[in-house]
Design a protein around this ligand. Structure first.
Ligand SMILES: NC(=O)c1ccc[n+]([C@@H]2O[C@H](COP(=O)([O-])OP(=O)(O)OC[C@H]3O[C@@H](n4cnc5c(N)ncnc54)[C@H](O)[C@@H]3O)[C@@H](O)[C@H]2O)c1
Length: 379
């Protein structure tokens, strides 16, 4: 039986690159470069095959998948020949990306989301469905007393007004329909005590937060180097220029603040102190999905000698993110199958702002991931 991926934000750049990528791999038109679950050290029979993943989702946008894929090809994110070769396959996914339901209360909206997911599961005879949030980043929501308790949350959701941000409502709908949930964004998602309790109650796992694909990935390799050589990092400042839908959305100060906080966490946690400096994000329409990050690090060594390091990263955001979405879906589906529930902290390798008290160095996160995968194979 196949595994479903339900994408909240199913017509966005990351989602469509993931759909095109998995479809191209199934058709033998692309290899699996960028998918870490295909590395010999991690490959496992516990994972559903990439070619067997079935896609559905929600998005308020109405752009057809084919048009979005063509736009991604024009922008240089995916090869145009793939879009031309996969037109029929994309047309079969098209009706599965549905408009976002809305009802009088959030409880009713969550029930409609859950209904869409269950109908998708039934239509395709899926063994299980992983809900993945790749929708626009939200500003951090105001705290609500019902965020602390699953029963209070259910009651509050039945009253008019917004108790949960959209990312958390997707987590709620996923859990009540027995599905696992991954937050690839810096939004709140399942990061509320009430939702954690709900995940445990329904015996489903969840993972997050905020895919690590660029500047923070480099930081999680370099910061441990400074720490291990006992060099004192005095400042670490970065400027990220990005376009695309994500860049446009991050021009909003609330969403920008959520992202910038998630990007700085690795430094304090890895170095044991907070160097001066900030991460800034600026929107540059013309560069589309290609992100530039410039980082300046000043540090001192033996006898206080001052030194500096600079790096420039030019990454294609969706091409870096999409294979990780496929990896995370395979890992989370396998974890669900093996009976895991609650936060999957061993998947920290993939995230800027990982769940739980976990190491932030990429090498240590890799070791956690490798042992997690071995555990799945033994289960
Ligand atoms: N690309 C990367 O490297 C990367 C890395 C980490 C995190 N992310 C996060 O992934 C998310 C997606 O990035 P993207 O570049 O695809 O952005 P995008 O703007 O291209 O796509 C977001 C999609 O979400 C949809 N959407 C908005 N509100 C929604 C809702 N309530 N329900 C369902 N869909 C909704 C939008 O219509 C849009 O189609 C962003 O939050 C981004 O911060 C991306």
């Amino acid at each position: 039986m196949a595994t479903g991926i339900w994408l909240a934000g199913g017509r966005g750049s990351v989602a469509v690159t993931s759909i095109v990528g998995a479809t191209a791999i199934r058709a033998g038109l692309a290899d699996t470069t960028g998918c870490v679950t295909e590395l010999p050290q991690l490959r496992s029979p516990a994972f559903p095959a990439i070619g067997e993943l079935v896609f559905g989702g929600h998005d308020p946008a109405s752009i057809p998948l084919c048009k979005k894929a063509e736009a991604l090809a024009v922008a240089g994110v995916i090869p145009a020949r793939l879009v031309a070769a996969l037109t029929e396959e994309l047309a079969t996914v098209e009706p599965e990306i549905r408009p976002v339901p809305a009802a009088a209360t959030q409880l009713e909206t969550a029930a409609l989301i859950a209904e869409d997911i269950s109908a998708f599961r039934y239509r395709h005879s899926l063994e299980r469905v992983v809900v993945v949030n790749v929708s626009s980043t939200e500003p951090a929501p105001a705290a609500h007393p019902a965020h602390a308790d699953a029963d209070a949350l259910r009651q509050a959701l039945g009253e008019p007004g917004a108790v949960l941000p959209a990312s958390s409502l997707y987590a709620y709908a996923a859990f009540i329909s027995g599905c696992s949930y991954i937050d690839f964004t810096p939004s709140t998602g399942a990061r509320l005590p009430a939702l954690d309790a709900l995940a445990h109650r329904h015996a489903v796992p969840y993972a997050g937060h905020d895919g690590k694909t660029g500047e923070t990935l480099v930081k999680s390799v370099l910061a441990p180097m400074f720490a291990m050589r006992n060099l004192r990092v005095r400042t670490w400042s970065g400027t990220n220029l990005l376009g695309g839908g994500d860049g446009a959305n991050l021009a909003d100060p609330g969403a920008n603040a959520a992202k910038a906080t998630s990007k700085q966490r690795v430094l304090g946690e890895t170095l044991g102190y907070e160097p001066q400096g900030n991460t800034r994000i600026e929107y540059v329409d013309d560069i589309g999905d290609f992100k530039t990050a410039w980082d300046l690090i000043t540090f001192s060594g033996f006898l206080g000698t001052s030194m500096r390091m600079e790096f420039t990263w030019h990454g294609c955001d969706s091409a870096l993110a999409a294979p990780l979405v496929l990896d995370l879906a395979r890992l989370t589906a396998a974890a669900h199958k093996s009976g895991r529930s609650g936060p999957l902290t061993d998947l920290a390798f993939f995230f800027k702002d990982p769940l739980g008290s976990v190491p932030h160095s990429l090498a240590e996160q890799w070791a956690l991931l490798a042992s997690f995968v071995r555990g799945l194979a033994d289960a």
